[in-house]
Design a protein around this ligand. Structure first.
Ligand code: HEM
Length: 218
């Protein structure tokens, strides 16, 4: 048990929870790509998820736990790194690692704010069925109001946040490989596959937002 709370234990918790969040993001992307298949297909897909609500609730509780484990351990590690760097055992590479941990902390904070806003508008509207007359799940996403994706300032906020998610994933993915003991060689397939996660997935989310903005999804 003590191992979990040691520095390496916390790193392992951050790495594993980060990978689980990545898996959520892949599923979430596939759900949202159905927007390209049109109004009816998307509503059918959300309707199916609604029909298995108890299971979805359990998965959401798990997701919340994973986000908490990831955030709390990452904050603790950032804090203890900073304390170490201010102490007398300053290492040669401390400036680079402190810059890394600062940018991870800033991008992580923006992502948390993004998730709160995203859930506060879209997820909550879905859960409370706060729809206009005749409006469907698909139409909610495409509302031209603050918090929804036809609203240009909201879309810009989404694009910046998703870009930061990509940046956060890039560093997070590489350091998880190190923490979990995989070789960090640029030729190593796992290293290269990382591009799918930190490059293609954020790019696909951004493509959805842009497609709504230019009216390709309408
Ligand atoms: C184009 C971008 C996105 C769209 C259109 C979108 C759409 C949605 C929709 C419709 C929901 C509510 C229905 C559902 O529960 O599946 C939702 C929930 C959620 N979204 Fe997104 N999302 C986007 C990007 C993101 C990103 C980048 C993240 C993560 C950083 C994220 C995290 C979540 C979470 C945590 C939930 C609640 C969990 C759940 O109930 O599945 N979303 N999103």
């Amino acid at each position: 048990m003590n191992f979990l709370f040691s520095s390496i234990g916390k790193k392992i918790q951050v790495a594993i929870s980060g990978i689980l969040l990545l898996i959520f993001l892949v599923f979430h992307l596939f759900n949202n790509l159905v927007l390209f298949a049109g109004h009816d297909s998307f509503n059918q897909m959300v309707g199916f998820l609604e029909s298995i609500k108890p299971l979805i609730r359990i998965m959401e509780a798990g997701l919340l736990m994973i986000i908490l484990i990831h955030t709390v351990n990452a904050i603790k590690l950032t804090y203890s790194n900073r304390t170490l760097q201010n102490g007398k055992y300053k290492k040669d590479n401390s400036e680079a690692s402190s810059l890394n941990s600062r940018t991870m902390a800033i991008s992580g904070t923006v992502i948390l704010i993004f998730i709160f806003i995203h859930l506060g508008y879209i997820w909550l509207t879905y859960q409370t069925h706060n729809f206009y007359e005749g409006e469907t799940y698909y139409d909610v996403l495409l509302r031209n109001e603050i918090g929804y994706l036809n609203h240009t300032p909201t879309a810009i906020f989404y694009i910046i946040s998703i870009f930061l998610i990509g940046f956060h994933l890039r560093h997070g993915y590489h350091s998880s490989l190190k923490t979990l003991g995989f070789l960090e060689s640029k030729a190593f397939p796992l290293y290269l596959i990382g591009f799918v996660f930190w490059g293609l997935i954020p790019a696909a989310f951004i493509a959805i937002v842009l497609s709504i903005q230019i009216g390709f999804i309408n």
